[in-house]
Design a protein. Structure first.
Length: 477
């Protein structure tokens, strides 16, 4: 018989029908009650073994972590907690698990320990829930843009340009690491490399995305990006996924509206489609919050934070207005901020962003018109000569979740910024050329997918919302 997923069985009316379940043993109690999970849902199904119906040698192999196939009757559950259970008629061990060696015993494990056994952590309730939510959010991203007539563009992972001008990139080469070819000046001769030039893993698909927006109108990318920053924080990864829509004929206001619509759609999709996983993660987050000092706790629970995003219009204000609010705020005056705000032009930190969202406005915030000196070269310069048409979306508990801008469509202005920031004009020739041949106003933004998953799941470390995290000193698994 073909197996039926546990998720489906748990909502099936029991009439004694014969079904087959395949999954992994979570617990086995009293030599009778097997809790089985197949990953389709956070909930287990209980399979009940009749006394003396299985050989002793088989019973001994039903251990935590073992994989089993169970056939039997679906009946109404006699115990509390679920409506149905399985009365076992036959049982096959598909894969043994030595109980003395299996690292995931049925007890609470720390997230740090689970990172050390990342190849097994997806079998825990927490990581099963996180990854199901991650899948739902990826699906919702594509559905949102498809329903709005956007085209999905695959931008290159290997690139010769640095979109951010950050310089922290992973090099891609086929040259001999021990003895690379050198030119007459003793420098590595990249003309002999696979691509005939220096190449890197991409930090963003934005620049290439812009070229397609100026042909197809509205496009988006959704792919892996890489930053070789030696950053060991709870918010940074060396490899992560980015969603980057780029839209022709959009200005900064259109851009802000799309960002709000997008985030509200994703939050609502999670609430509508990930109920059981979110309820589990909400309880988990509440337990974690209870262990923090009072001043560091979130005022809202996980599910309430998602509703908060769906139900509130985002507050829009300029960077200049934000600086005035922060300068005159109680935490700044009483020197409670780690980074004090004393002048216009400083880059805002997470503590400032969270103050604006959680304490001052008590709703999501979109900041716009940032100082040009702290933003990237491609952002459209405003008439004041000091600011650019940039925008950041700030969320409770996380700070910045989206960063974007209206792009500079004027060739001379863009070229001037490239020179001011000492960027290699010869590597950006095609991006500059785009402004010569039918340039148009356009805008876009980037959403770090893992930042989104942090927010939606209530997890506190970005290493726990991606299957196999990459960070300084770690490329295990």
């Amino acid at each position: 018989m073909k197996r039926t997923k546990i998720k489906q069985l748990l909502v099936t009316e029991p009439t004694g029908q014969t079904v087959v379940v395949k999954g992994w043993v979570r617990t086995f109690r009293s030599n009778r009650f097997i809790a089985i999970n197949d990953g389709s849902t956070i909930n287990n199904i209980q399979a009940v073994v009749e006394l003396n119906s299985l050989e002793e040698s088989t019973l001994k192999r039903i251990t935590t972590g073992a994989c089993v196939a169970v056939g039997g009757e679906l009946i109404a559950s006699l115990g509390s907690g679920q409506a149905v259970e399985l009365k076992v008629n036959q049982l096959e061990i598909l894969g043994d698990s030595d109980p003395e060696k299996f690292p995931l015993q049925p007890k609470k494990h720390s997230l740090e320990f689970l990172r050390e056994i990342a190849y097994l952590r997806s079998r825990t309730n927490t990581f099963g829930a996180v990854m199901r939510v991650r899948h739902a959010m990826a699906f919702a991203v594509h559905q949102f843009y498809n329903d709005r007539g956007f085209f999905y563009v695959h931008t290159p992972v290997i690139t010769g340009s640095d979109a951010e001008g950050a310089g922290a990139m992973f090099r891609v080469t086929t040259l001999d690491a021990e003895n690379p070819p050198r030119d007459e000046n003793g420098k590595v001769n990249y003309k002999e490399d696979f691509f005939g030039r220096e190449t890197n893993l991409t930090v963003s698909g934005q620049l290439e995305g812009e070229t397609y927006a100026l042909a197809l109108g509205e496009v988006y990318t959704f792919g892996p990006t890489f930053r070789a920053e030696n950053s060991n924080t709870t918010r940074h990864l060396a490899e992560f996924w980015m969603i980057e829509p780029e839209m022709a004929f959009y200005d900064i206001n259109d851009n802000m509206q799309l960002a709000q619509d997008f985030l509200q759609y994703l939050a609502k999709y999670a609430l509508d489609n990930c109920k059981e996983d979110l309820e589990f993660l909400d309880k988990r987050a509440a337990e974690e919050e209870a262990s923090k000092p009072q001043e560091q706790r979130n005022e809202l629970g996980l599910i309430d934070r998602l509703k908060f995003v769906v139900e509130n219009d985002f507050q829009r204000l300029s960077y200049t207005e934000a600086i005035d609010i922060l300068k005159n705020s109680t935490p700044n005056k009483k020197k409670k901020f780690q980074y004090l705000i004393d002048e216009w032009g400083v880059d805002l930190q997470s503590e400032h962003e969270r103050f604006l969202v959680e304490k001052h406005f008590k709703k999501p915030v979109i900041l716009y018109n940032y100082p040009k000196d702290i933003k990237a070269f491609y952002m459209r310069q405003n008439d004041d000569g000091k600011t650019v048409a940039a925008m950041d979306v700030l969320f409770p508990g996380i700070g910045e979740i989206i960063g974007g801008s209206q792009r500079e469509e004027r060739y001379e202005n863009l070229l001037k910024r490239v020179h001011e920031m000492n960027l290699p004009e010869k590597e950006l020739w095609w991006y500059l050329d785009l402004r010569k041949f039918g340039s148009a106003p356009h805008a876009g933004f980037g959403l770090g997918f893992e930042r989104l998953i942090l927010f939606v799941t209530g997890m506190t470390n970005i290493r726990d919302v991606i299957p196999y995290p990459r960070y300084p000193g770690n490329a295990e698994f």
